[in-house]
Design a protein around this ligand. Structure first.
Ligand code: UD1
Length: 362
């Protein structure tokens, strides 16, 4: 069964399967698809890494088919009469430790493999894939002497000494961060990042073999209402918000000067809609897009804005560091604007003011 308004045609799509449609981003994507007149089906396993409470029975009135994307029979059933898939189901974040490794690979890569195999079998040729900026590793940098460069991973000794800026591999000087575009070299630096890049590679291979069309959306740091509370799988915005709610000060690692692009979940949902339309009338193949606000901020700035909007304790800059973290990663959104007609509508100040009091997921 599908749910949605009956007279539905936007970009020629009528029937869309959203995997992970009960999650933080997936539920907003579902809402955006419904609002645009699409017929939507939701598949979600209510994975415990994302859902601590009971799974929802429906998402904006769409019943949730509760099944794992690795369940071939369930996926085959969910694809019945589907024109396109928006694949959000994934395990995100840094995780607890390497015990998480099989589950990351299982959910993200085996799950995607099962989905692609069933799409091929059923002749479903259009896919929007939720990817991530983590596929880049460190962002793009320039050296005053050596120009455009990509630094190696930061060393413990440098971080422990408070030297947080990556150094030029040729001369050791501090580098200047610049916006990363989709043609940048890919350098996944965590298990999660490796699984997201494998999803991209699998779907690119699928597109080549089936003549299918894939738009892979490399999300930057997504935040907004419905974000899961602080868990080992949460991003920094949820961690800061949960700390404020518990009466604690947000703990800002390093010196707070690390740069990210915080993009509001409603903009991410709109990007999915635009990407779905784009997969309709264009040549087969794989195309990646940064999904970002286009307005970078430091983690320290975000923490301060959130604490102020919440009316809580001011952030503390701790100097702590996590070895897996990259220093700066901020994106050019030029390709998404040119090819998808997407630009983010919510600026950080407005988004954070709303996020400060919005309900989080339990
Ligand atoms: C995050 C997500 C990643 C997602 C990506 C794009 C996590 C762990 N990472 O990557 O899954 O694909 O955005 O949407 O979910 N920090 C603090 N204090 C804290 C926690 C973190 O200052 O309590 C700092 C970190 O050191 C880092 C920055 O905040 O510099 C961002 O951290 P985080 O959101 O965890 O990871 P990203 O690498 O940005």
């Amino acid at each position: 069964m599908f749910a949605g308004r009956p007279a539905a045609t936007v970009g020629g799509v009528t029937h869309v399967l959203v995997t992970g449609g009960a999650g933080f981003i997936g539920s907003q994507v579902t809402a955006a698809l419904l609002a645009a007149g699409h017929q939507v089906r939701v598949l979600d396993c209510a994975h415990p890494a994302a859902h601590s409470g009971p799974p929802p029975g429906d998402v904006h009135g769409v019943p949730v088919l509760r099944a794992d994307v690795r369940d071939r029979a369930a996926v085959a059933g969910a694809l019945h009469e589907v024109d396109a898939v928006v694949h959000q189901a994934a395990m995100v974040g840094m995780g607890v430790d390497l015990d998480d490794l099989p589950e990351y690979v299982g959910c993200n890569d085996l799950g995607t493999a099962v989905l692609l195999a069933e799409m091929a079998r059923r002749g479903v040729h259009r896919l929007v894939l939720a990817s991530s900026m983590v596929v880049y590793g460190e962002g793009a940098y320039t050296c005053p002497e050596h120009g455009s460069t990509r630094p190696a991973a930061r060393q413990v000794a440098a971080l422990a000494a408070g030297r947080f800026e990556p150094a030029c591999p040729a001369c050791g000087r501090d580098l200047t961060p610049v916006l990363v575009d989709e043609d940048a070299a890919l350098d996944p630096r965590s298990v999660y990042a490796a699984t997201k890049l494998a999803q991209e590679h699998l779907s690119a291979a699928w597109a080549r073999q089936t003549g299918g069309s894939v738009a892979a959306l490399r999300y930057h740091n997504v935040y907004g209402p419905g974000m899961p509370k602080d868990t080992p799988y949460s991003g920094v915005a949820a961690i800061f918000r949960s700390a404020l709610e518990a009466g604690r000060a947000p703990r800002v690692f390093e010196d707070g000067g690390q740069r990210r692009d915080f993009v509001h979940v409603s903009d991410v949902a709109r990007a999915n809609l635009a990407a779905l339309d784009a997969t309709a009338g264009r040549p087969a193949g794989f195309r990646a897009y940064n999904v970002a606000s286009g307005r970078p901020a430091t983690v320290g700035e975000m923490a301060a804005a959130l604490a102020e909007a919440f009316g809580g304790l001011r952030p503390v800059v701790t100097g702590e560091f996590r070895l897996g973290d990259v220093r700066h990663i901020t994106a050019s959104s030029a390709r998404a604007t040119a090819e998808l007609g997407f630009t983010a509508a919510t600026d950080l100040r407005t988004g954070v003011a709303e996020f400060a009091t919005a309900a989080l997921r339990g």
